[in-house]
Design a protein around this ligand. Structure first.
Ligand code: DC
Length: 237
């Protein structure tokens, strides 16, 4: 079967990365978590104290430092998934914590940050055989991706999933705080000037509020196999 590019976009905490990882594993594709890349840049800015308590960002300092930020992915032997590295340091755990989550959407509105991330993502996915998830993959990073998914889920379900994720790491927040954070990120992602979150015209919508992980995987694998069949059919003339 010919390798394709699978672009998965959608709201925060819709299970994009869970599905993307399972797909990549099943198809033996590379998985690129583009949200992790924006998170790592945000962590860099936090560590340099370029973001204050009011969430004001010293954009000039961050933009000037972009050339010093090196991102990569390394295989995690325990989870069998790839972890993100920031200048060689594995920061997979730290980027998931609330200090980063609460400001990452704002950092990702910065044009120069996006330009750097998009260029890296195109480079990483240029050989196809890749599942990439984010907010602008099907519309901007790989507008010609063979398969585009737009994931969504009920806000209550999303908040509960995020709460479970936090509590599994020993972090406890009220459901209201989590909902508020998700709503805020949705608004920022939808309304930003540079590459906002929008469904690509040719994306398949996947609302997974009531679907198990297995059902989602099965649904998408069927789309992939249909696509492969369509692509292999000889031309009609
Ligand atoms: O997928 P995530 O929740 O880890 O993403 C973190 C943030 O990064 C999200 O709030 C928006 C931003 N993001 C983006 O702007 N474009 C992407 N392709 C991926 C993420």
């Amino acid at each position: 079967m010919q390798n394709i590019t699978i672009a998965i976009d959608g709201f925060s905490s819709c299970g994009k990365s869970t599905l993307a990882k399972a797909l990549a594993h099943k198809l033996n594709y590379k998985y690129i978590d583009t949200g992790a890349m924006y998170r790592a840049v945000t962590l860099y800015a936090i560590r340099h104290q370029w973001i204050d308590t009011e969430k004001n960002i010293n954009e000039t300092a961050l933009i000037q430092a972009l050339s010093e930020i090196e991102l990569g992915f390394v295989n995690n032997a325990e989870t069998h998934h790839s972890d993100i590295t920031l200048n060689g340091e594995n920061v997979e755990q730290e980027i998931r914590l609330m200090p980063v989550s609460s400001v990452v959407s704002k950092v990702s509105t910065i044009k120069e940050v996006r330009e750097k991330m998009v260029a890296l993502q195109r480079q990483m996915g240029k050989r196809k055989g890749v599942v990439m998830d984010g907010r602008d993959i099907g519309t901007n990073v790989f507008p010609k991706a063979e398969l585009k998914l737009f994931m969504t889920a009920d806000p209550e379900v999303r908040a509960r999933r995020r709460a479970d994720e936090y509590s599994s790491k020993g972090q406890y927040f009220s459901l209201d705080d989590i909902k508020h954070n998700l709503q805020q990120r949705d608004q920022e992602d939808l309304n930003r000037k540079e590459n906002p979150l929008i469904k690509a015209d040719d994306a398949v919508v996947l609302d997974n509020s009531d679907l198990s992980r297995e059902q989602q995987l099965e649904f998408v694998l069927k789309l992939v196999s249909d696509l492969q069949l369509i692509r292999r059919e000889p031309p009609l003339h």
